[in-house]
Structure formats: structure tokens, C-alpha cells
Design a protein around this ligand. Structure first.
Ligand code: AGP
Length: 611
């Protein structure tokens, strides 16, 4: 969703803002803009529809728009089409206040009507312009007073950056339910939607909480509570991420780099948490007696994180013998969920800012559930609002289509399953030891799967022109099929569906015709024969079948399918970590051959911060 960056310092702001916006491009956007102030030129705003490059060309890489304080924005359209005029920053009628915004102002129509009745003329169709106009309406020489009045009046979600030409030695930031992070430097300050925007300049950050207002100056950052403007002492955090981790490092796409980084990300997430052959989750404060008391585990997430939840259900139910319900966060909020103080809610999110997941977390908490989250972004809203957090150590994930975050989320599920099973005494010592041992071999097995990428590229070259692709599998293979299908849809725009193989006969098989591609996942050995029967059914209706199975079944599967991809054998519960890689690579190569914008697929945003 929209990307925000603000800078105040001694250097020219525009090139720094453009660089920051480039690092936020992955969030998804359709237009971009800058507002920069200098005593000579006053407040200058430049906006352009399209890629950041268009804006950058207009301002000559930042050289033609002078000043050492400013705001930048990449817009992902919600209210009003992508256009120059709807792009941010927005300014009030007198051109005194510039505003950038991420989120949705839900009551913008009423405010607009009110302001229009007072003679204010609007130029855009956006909800954000009401914030700029309302600020000028309330402004009587004290910008903080105007900001507090505006925040009192607006409803919805927002991360706001504000620059007032009458007080150009400061930027103002405010947030509610949308991410905003503050960067503290020596002689400069930043605000941004994501730390990657300013990581090059500083790693010292503060997290702005809902209902707080920050004043950024060259000397530092002061945070106040809303509405009484009481100063708030903020803790500073140091961000460990390397700048290079958020760069392509020689790869054509971030997605390719992140696929290849999976063995390392898995190691970083798992190995430090295994000590003397046992899973040690020191971050967790869940006791055996608490776990015995819970009567249900509710998994809440969106998109790929939800697919991790689907895998988790199979693993947790098998190992813990407790019922596990997996639900889409966007549905959870409105389904009157059965959560009590005996429910453990497992919330999964890469960004930690997905608005549906955050809202579901709050609802689960309100109902008395205990929240354990699995999050990649340290200090994100979901991490901060959870009772316990287990971080995935995937590093920054830039490509919209998640790969390494998904793999590390799975890794944390294995750790949780083992630790909880040990606490509940639902696992035998032999199985526990075998699983831990196998867990430690997974990264090198993942490397072997990655080494086989040319074969997958070849299959992609055969099938990239298909317009409809089905993924079938049973049990955990079905859950992986869901993820494989989502990856393909997201980046290659091919229509695709994932089906539990046994369910095909109940309707979907009518769509199979000569030449339809079916990706058949058959790595779940106990169900191998059943899956082979399903493959025979689709083959006899003319489907082309690309199979996936474990090495020990490769030869036999080859007799039924057109082509087969194999992954090393491992413990059945750990197979998802190997199976998902060919699915990611297949989607990647298909999208590459179709000439798609892989890292920034159409209509998608990395972090979905509006409902
Ligand atoms: C995955 O490739 C997607 N881009 C998307 O489904 C994503 O997993 C979903 O939006 C959830 O995001 P989160 O993990 O940051 O909460």
C-alpha cells in the first residue's frame, strides 16, 4: 500500500526522498509525489502518475526541487483513479500545508461536504485532501493545535506526514492503525512507512503508537500523546537488518534472490533455537499447565500466511491432539468467533501490519484469547500487540510475492509443534529426536532443491502459455497446492485453482479438458496411491500433468505423469519446506517467460494496510 517518507536535515531532501521512495516501491503504487520546502522557493509540490522514474525525470533526480525538508509518497489508489492530481502530497487551498497519507479516512465525505459549505474548493477525488484542507481550515498560527483538531475529527486509519510552510523547521507525523516508523539521526530525522526507506542513513528507530503525534526536527524527535499533547518518552530500537539485504545483489528480481535465500533464512530462524537436541523457545512464556488448559488453537492470517496456517493445522493437530481452526483474518472479524480465555490464537504475518490480521488480533484479545504471533518485521504493530512473539529471521522481504518469509513461518510452526508437544507430553522421545535431527538437515535439502532449478525452468518454458492451471494434492500437499496456485496467480496472472484431489470429482473435474495443465503434488507417501488415481482420472480427460513427489517415488510417479519434479525424502511433516520451493520457482519462471513485472505485480501491495 502507499509508501511514505519524510526527511529533515542539512542535505537536499528531494534526492533522499526519491531514494527512500525507490526502496518502498515494492509496497505497490500507481503514482508518486514530493513536497519540499526552501526559504527561496517556498513549498513546492510535484506529482506524477506512473512509475517513480516519471517523477524522478520531472525533478531531474531531485536537483530541480530545492530544500532540506520534505515529504515523499507513492500512492496505491483507493479513492479516485491513479492520476497526477490524485497523487500525494495534497495541499490545502492556500498551499500552506502539505500532507501525505497511508490508510483510509472513512468519514471524508461528511468532512468534505462541511468544508465545501465553508467555501473550500477541492481539486482531487481523494479522501486525503480533506486532511490537508481541514488542517488549513483549523490553522490559526499554531500547527499542532490544528493537527489535534483534525485528528479529533477524522475517522479511519492513517499514517500522516505533514509539512507546514509557516514552520519549515519541523515535520509532523501521526498514526492510527497504519504503520509509521521514525528514524533518529545525527542532525537529521526521518519518518517512513518502513525502515528500508532510510536504513542507509540510520538504524536507530522509534515506533510511533496509535494516538501519538511526533514532531521531527534536525535536532531530534519529540513524541506527544493525542489529544492533550503530553510529552511521551519513546524507547529507541536498533535495527539489525543489513542495507544490502534490501538490495538485489546481482539478481534480476528480488523474488529470485529471496527464493535462493531460503536455506539461510531457515537456518537463521531455526538453528539458534535448537540447543542440545531440544527446541528452546526462550521468548515464550507459555507453561505446560496453560497449554493443558487450552481447548482450541485458532490460527488467524491472510494470503500466504494463511496457507502456512493450513499446513500448521495438520502438524499441530497430529502432534498436540488439540483442535486447530484456521481462519482468514478478514472473515474472523465478522464471524462472531468462538474465542475464550482457553483459546490460544496463533497470528501469522510477515509484515506485522496487515490491517485485517491486526483487527482480528484485537478482536481475539477482546474476547479473552491469548495471542502468540509469528512475525517477520521486528517492532511491527502485530508484534507489539501480541502476548508472545516468535520472530522469523528472514530479513527484509521486498518482492510482493512472499517466499522466504513463508518458509521461515513454516520453520517456526515446526518449532512450536515440537515444543508444545514436549510440554504436553504428546510426543515420544524417539519421534522427537528424529524430527529435531531432520529439521537440522532441511536447509541442505532445500539447497538441493534449488540446485535443480534449471529443470523447473524447462517445465515452465513448456507450460507458460497455459491460461488455466490446477493444483491438486491431499493433506499437507493440498496446503502446498494452495500456496503454489497463489504464487502463480499473483505474478504470472494465469488463472489457477488449488483443489483437494479427492474433491475434484465433486465438480471441478468438469473443467479438465485436453491440454489443461494439472500440477499434481504427491509427496505425502501414505496417500501416494490415492493421488495417482486422481492423476489417472485427469489424464484420461486429456490433461497434461506435472508431478511433484519425493525422490523415492520419482521413478514410479514418472510412469503416470508427463513430467516429474522430485524433492529429497524427509519426515512427512517437514515436506512443505521442500515442496514449496519448486512451486515458487515454477511461478517465477512462468512469470519471467510471460514478461510480467515480477516484483511489483499489478494491483498488488506488499503490505495490505487498508481493509
Ligand atoms: C503472498 O505472496 C502475498 N503477497 C499475500 O498473500 C500476503 O501473504 C498477505 O497479504 C499477508 O501478508 P502478511 O503476512 O504481511 O500479513
Amino acid at each position: 500500500m502507499c509508501g511514505i517518507v519524510g526527511f529533515i536535515g542539512a542535505e537536499e531532501a528531494a534526492p533522499i526522498l526519491l531514494d527512500g521512495l525507490a526502496r518502498l516501491e515494492y509496497r505497490g503504487y500507481d503514482s508518486a509525489g514530493l513536497a519540499v520546502y526552501s526559504p527561496e522557493d517556498g513549498l513546492k509540490v510535484v506529482k506524477a502518475k506512473g512509475r517513480l522514474r516519471v517523477l524522478s525525470d520531472i525533478v531531474e533526480g531531485g536537483k530541480s526541487i530545492r530544500g532540506a525538508v520534505g515529504l515523499g509518497h507513492t500512492r496505491w489508489a483507493t479513492h479516485g483513479e491513479p492520476s497526477d492530481v490524485n497523487a500525494h502530497p495534497h495541499v490545502g487551498m492556500s498551499g500552506r500545508v502539505a500532507v501525505v497519507h497511508n490508510g483510509i479516512i472513512e468519514n471524508f465525505a461528511q468532512i468534505k461536504e462541511f468544508l465545501e459549505s465553508k467555501g473550500v474548493r477541492f481539486v482531487s477525488q481523494t479522501d486525503t485532501e480533506v486532511v490537508a484542507q481541514l488542517l488549513e481550515y483549523y490553522y490559526r498560527g499554531d500547527i499542532m493545535e490544528a493537527v489535534t483538531k483534525v485528528l479529533h475529527r477524522i475517522e479511519g486509519a492513517y499514517a500522516l506526514g505533514i509539512l507546514c510552510a509557516d514552520c519549515p523547521d519541523q515535520l509532523i507525523a501521526a498514526r492510527k492503525d497504519s504503520p509509521l516508523i521514525l528514524g533518529c539521526g545525527d542532525g537529521f530525522s526521518f519518518l517512513a512507512s518502513d525502515v528500508t526507506a532510510f536504513l542507509k542513513y540510520t538504524r536507530e528507530v522509534c515506533y510511533l503508537e496509535d494516538g501519538e503525534i511526533a514532531v521531527l526536527t534536525r535536532e531530534g524527535i519529540q513524541v506527544y500523546s493525542h489529544p492533550y499533547l503530553q510529552p511521551v518518552e519513546k524507547e529507541r530500537h536498533h535495527v539489525d537488518w543489513e542495507v544490502s539485504a534490501a538490495e538485489k545483489g546481482g539478481y534480476e528480481h528480488f523474488m529470485a534472490k529471496e527464493i535462493m535465500e531460503q536455506p539461510k533464512a531457515f537456518r537463521d530462524t531455526v538453528f539458534p533455537r535448537i540447543q542440545n537436541g531440544r527446541v528452546a523457545l526462550e521468548e515464550l512464556r507459555l507453561s505446560a499447565s496453560y497449554l493443558r488448559e487450552i481447548d482450541k488453537i485458532y490460527i488467524i492470517a491472510c494470503g500466504s500466511s494463511y496457507h502456512v496456517g493450513m499446513v500448521a493445522k495438520y502438524i499441530l493437530e497430529k502432534l498436540l491432539r488439540k483442535p486447530v481452526e484456521v481462519t482468514l483474518a478478514s472473515e474472523f472479524r465478522y464471524c462472531d468467533p468462538l474465542v475464550t480465555h482457553r483459546t490460544l490464537c496463533l497470528v501469522i504475518s510477515q509484515s506485522g501490519e496487515t490491517i485485517d490480521t491486526l483487527a482480528a488480533l484485537r478482536e481475539a484479545k477482546r474476547l479473552g484469547g491469548r495471542i502468540l504471533s509469528i512475525v517477520n518485521v521486528v517492532g511491527s504493530s502485530i508484534a507489539r500487540e501480541s502476548d508472545d512473539v516468535l520472530y522469523t529471521w528472514a530479513g527484509p522481504e521486498i518482492a510482493v510475492a512472499t517466499t522466504k518469509a513463508y518458509s521461515t513461518q513454516l520453520a517456526v510452526i515446526y518449532l512450536i509443534a515440537l515444543r508444545f508437544a514436549e510440554l504436553l507430553d504428546t510426543i515420544g522421545a524417539v519421534e522427537y529426536a528424529a524430527l529435531v535431527e531432520e529439521l537440522l538437515t532441511l536447509p541442505s535439502k532445500m539447497e538441493r532443491v534449488l540446485e535443480n532449478r534449471e529443470a523447473i525452468q524447462y517445465y515452465a518454458s513448456i507450460y507458460f502459455n497455459h491460461e488455466s492451471i490446477f493444483f491438486i494434492g491431499r493433506n499437507i500437499d493440498y496446503a502446498i497446492g494452495l500456496e503454489g496456485s497463489l504464487k502463480l496467480k499473483e505474478i504470472s496472472y494465469i488463472h489457477s485453482e488449488a483443489y483437494a484431489a479427492g474433491e475434484l470429482k465433486h465438480g471441478t473435474i468438469s473443467l479438465i479438458q485436453p491440454g489443461t495443465l494439472v500440477v499434481a503434488l504427491a509427496s505425502c507417501v501414505p496417500l501416494f496411491d490415492k493421488l495417482v488415481s486422481n492423476v489417472v482420472e485427469v489424464k484420461s480427460r486429456g490433461a497434461d500433468v506435472l508431478g511433484l513427489t519425493v525422490e523415492s517415488r520419482g521413478e514410479i510417479f514418472q510412469k503416470t505423469v508427463d513430467h516429474v519434479i522430485t524433492v529429497p525424502d524427509t519426515h512427512p511433516m517437514l515436506l512443505p519446506s521442500l515442496d514449496v520451493i519448486p512451486m515458487q520457482l515454477f511461478a517465477y519462471y512462468v512469470a519471467l517467460m510471460r514478461g510480467c513485472d515480477i516484483d511489483k505485480p499489478r494491483n498488488l501491495a506488499k503490505s495490505v494496510t487498508v481493509e
